[in-house]
Each structure stands twice: as structure tokens, then as C-alpha cells.
Design a protein around this ligand. Structure first.
Ligand SMILES: *Cc1c(COP(=O)(O)O)cnc(C)c1O
Length: 412
């Protein structure tokens, strides 16, 4: 990665722009991810956490994120919080689900299950709809669950479940939650900034995301966007001092400061990443690039004989899960090393049932890099002596069975 990357990406004709020489490996992982050199350069200065310059940076960043969420009416506020994304999920659940409340968690992968686990730690009552690895929770199921259990006050949904790459249908889920008069909490960690999420069309109680996903900053903090009236109501609800969203919010609004030492350099890098996000055309521009990344990747990998876990209908433009080839010459560890030799760091699978690997489509990469990922995959498999990249027949049969089930559910 170098400065030629950013100039190539903003060039008039990206197809004819020169491909830059390879240096650090590309991170095809959904955060930390490959960042622009200018984001890294923005971190070279030291900032005082009490200085007014840094307070202005924080305030501007909060305004940009609220604008990205479409908060024209000023009903919402943005609360940044130190830590990785999970700290923010935990802060959201502890602050917004009342101690006497009950949450319905919609899970179809590791991050949904993690939200349920957090609620267990917090001692909050919770119900779980677990769809396994492949299938989205649907609006009608949520409506039925809410009818069956009036004690449920909040519904927790993962926007893009990064463990498989499935894009959950949050619009129909939000509709079901709204119709039942319940509150919606969204983990849009790997979606916000690329997938549309607008409070004007999809009102939610609160959502969380983090610096190192689709906005393409480096890891170190996350942020919540929440209704102001819910932020008010969150007073005294958190079990945790450092994860208390209401306390962070009121302190920040009163003083302009973070409650405890902020990741100053990370914030500076993130502000540069926000500028680049705007230059690219905001959320629609970013979505267009990621979509082209995914399409280039999926078409190329299928040409080699690899198969995706998900049917196209549910495949997000964020990360793609491929079944491991059934060929006995395939070993994930060797494949990983061969890909790294070629300049690409890939991601192991996170499924419970079948063996798989994942390739992220996010970060400072474009479709030309994705063509090279496909070529590197072909060369790596050749080098390992993998003759066929096809998955085991059981994996495809399982996918077909569940896809049929899902279509059945959709018509009913
Ligand atoms: C990345 C991510 C998180 C947070 O993970 P951390 O490792 O704590 O940053 C939570 N939910 C989803 C859907 C994610 O993609």
C-alpha cells in the first residue's frame, strides 16, 4: 500500500490507472482492514485530550456521523466510546435494555450469539431466535415472537452478520418491531457507512458501529447513534462505569471531552477517513465500490470452481464466505500462507457446521485488487496440488436444502 493507491482510486478511469507495486499485504479481513496512507499519515501528530483542538475534532466527527445516519431533525445524538466494537455492543445493551426489560436477540452467526452472551453476563432477560449459519431472521418470525411474549421490550439485530457475510433484512424486521411497539437495537458494525441505514426511513432506538470497518479507520473506538429521549432514559441503567453510554454522553455534551483517555491518534485518522468517505460520494459511493469488489471476487472465484456459502440474494457486499475445496490436498493453513506470500491476508471461516474461509470486500481496495486475489487463489491452489476447488457435495446439498426452506418461509 502506498500513496499511489489513493490517487489511482480517485483517477478518472480506474481501469487504466497503473496498479501499484505490492508492499504490505492487503488485509482482506473485515477490520482491521487496509487503510489509506493518508489515514495513517493523519496519526503522526500528538494531540492533547484536553485541548480545544481535539474537542473540536470530536464534535465535528459526531456531527458527520449523525449526518451519515440521516438525522435531519436532530432527534438523535452520537456517542463515541473507547474500545473495540464489542465494547460498544455491550455498552448499548447495558444502557438501553432496562434491568427489568427483556431482549429478543435475532442470531444467525457468531455476533448475534455474542449479543445474547453479553445479555447473559449483564443479567438481562433474553429470548433468542437462532437461524444457524445460513438463514436470515424474517419479519414475520419476529412479529410472531413478539406476539407470543409480551414481556419482550427490545429486539437486537445484526445488520450484516460478518461471520458469514449475510445481509439481514433489517427493514422488514424494523417494521415488525415498530408495529409491535417495541424498541430496536442494531449492531451495524460491519454495515454502517456502506449499507444504507437512515433514521428517516428506518427509525431505531440505537445502533453501534466502529472506526475500523466501512468508514476505513483504524481500530480503537466505536460509536453509538441513539434517540436523545432514549439516551435520557438510559440514566442509571448500566452496570458498568466505563461502558455507561448516558454518562459518556452527558459528560461529552457538557465538557466537549471524552470521560477517560481517548484514542487521540485513532480519532485523527478516522476524521481523515471520514473526509475520504465524503469524497467517494458518501454511503452510496462506498457501497458501489464494495459491490464491484464483491462481484469481481465472486465471479472470479466461481470461475476457479469455488462456491459461496450464501445464495446471491443474501450475500452482502462486505465479506464473502467460500466453502473449502473437498480436494484432500487442500489445507487452510497452507492456503493462508500461500496467499500471504502473494500479498493477501485472508480470514478463516467462522461457521459451526462446514469448513470455509472468508474474503473481505471492504477497506482501501478496489476491483483490480480483487482480480489479483482471484489470480493468487488460483496460483495458490495449483501450488498446493488442489485439482478441483469444488466443495464437498454435502455442503452444497445443505445449502440447497436451507435455501429451499427459506423460499418457502418467504411465501408464507
Ligand atoms: C467487527 C464486529 C463486531 C465487533 O467486533 P470487535 O472484534 O469487538 O471489534 C461486532 N459485530 C459485528 C457484526 C462485527 O462485524
Amino acid at each position: 500500500m502506498n500513496s499511489q493507491m489513493s490517487s489511482a482510486m480517485s483517477a478518472q478511469d480506474p481501469d487504466t490507472a497503473p496498479i501499484e507495486p505490492l508492499r504490505d499485504p492487503y488485509l482482506l479481513t473485515p477490520g482491521p482492514l487496509t487503510t489509506d496512507p493518508s489515514v495513517k499519515a493523519a496519526m503522526l501528530r500528538d494531540w492533547g485530550s484536553w485541548d480545544s483542538d481535539f474537542s473540536e475534532m470530536t464534535a465535528g466527527m459526531r456531527r458527520s456521523l449523525l449526518a451519515m445516519a440521516g438525522d435531519g431533525a436532530g432527534d438523535y445524538d452520537c456517542v463515541p466510546l473507547q474500545g473495540s466494537g464489542t465494547y460498544c455492543v455491550e455498552a448499548m445493551l447495558a444502557s438501553f435494555v432496562p434491568r427489568k426489560g427483556k431482549a429478543l436477540v435475532l442470531a444467525n452467526g457468531a455476533y448475534g450469539l455474542r449479543a445474547a452472551e453479553i445479555l447473559r453476563y449483564l443479567g438481562r432477560a433474553a429470548a433468542l431466535i437462532d437461524k444457524g449459519d445460513y438463514l436470515p431472521p424474517r419479519g414475520d418470525e419476529v412479529a410472531a415472537a413478539l406476539r407470543a411474549d409480551p414481556a419482550i421490550s427490545h429486539v437486537v439485530v445484526i445488520h450484516c452478520e460478518t461471520s458469514s457475510g449475510i445481509l439481514n433484512p433489517i427493514a422488514e424486521i424494523a417494521e415488525a418491531v415498530h408495529a409491535a411497539g417495541k424498541k430496536l437495537l442494531i449492531d451495524s458494525m460491519s454495515g454502517f457507512g456502506a449499507l444504507p441505514l437512515n433514521v428517516g426511513t428506518l427509525p431505531f432506538t440505537a445502533m453501534v458501529s466502529s472506526a475500523n470497518k466501512c468508514i476505513e479507520g483504524v481500530p480503537g473506538f466505536g460509536f453509538l447513534i441513539a434517540q436523545k429521549q432514549e439516551l435520557e432514559a438510559a440514566a442509571g441503567q448500566s452496570h458498568s462505569l466505563s461502558l455507561d453510554v448516558h454518562a459518556q454522553w452527558t459528560y461529552m455534551n457538557r465538557t466537549g471531552l471524552w470521560r477517560f483517555t481517548p484514542p487521540t491518534h485513532v480519532v485523527a485518522g478516522f476524521i481523515r477517513a471520514l473526509e475520504m468517505h465524503a469524497e467517494e460520494g458518501g454511503q452510496p459511493g462506498r457501497l458501489a465500490r464494495y459491490t464491484r469488489n464483491r462481484d469481481t471476487l465472486v465471479v472470479g472465484m466461481k470461475r476457479i470452481g469455488l462456491e459461496t456459502l450464501l445464495p446471491d440474494r443474501w450475500q452482502s457486499p462486505i465479506i464473502v464466505t467460500f466453502f473449502n475445496p473437498a480436494d484432500p490436498a487442500f489445507r487452510f493453513g497452507t492456503f493462508y500462507d500461500r496467499m500471504k506470500d502473494r500479498g493477501f491476508v485472508i480470514y478463516p471461516g467462522k461457521l459451526t457446521v462446514v469448513d470455509s474461509f472468508r474474503i473481505g470486500c471492504i477497506g482501501r481496495i478496489d476491483h483490480r485488487i480483487m482480480e489479483r486475489v482471484v489470480a493468487a487463489t488460483r496460483d495458490s491452489l495449483d501450488e498446493m496440488g488442489v485439482v478441483s476447488a469444488s466443495p464437498p457435495p454435502e455442503a452444497l446439498a445443505e445449502r440447497a436444502r436451507l435455501t429451499a426452506l427459506d423460499q418457502h418461509a418467504a411465501v408464507n
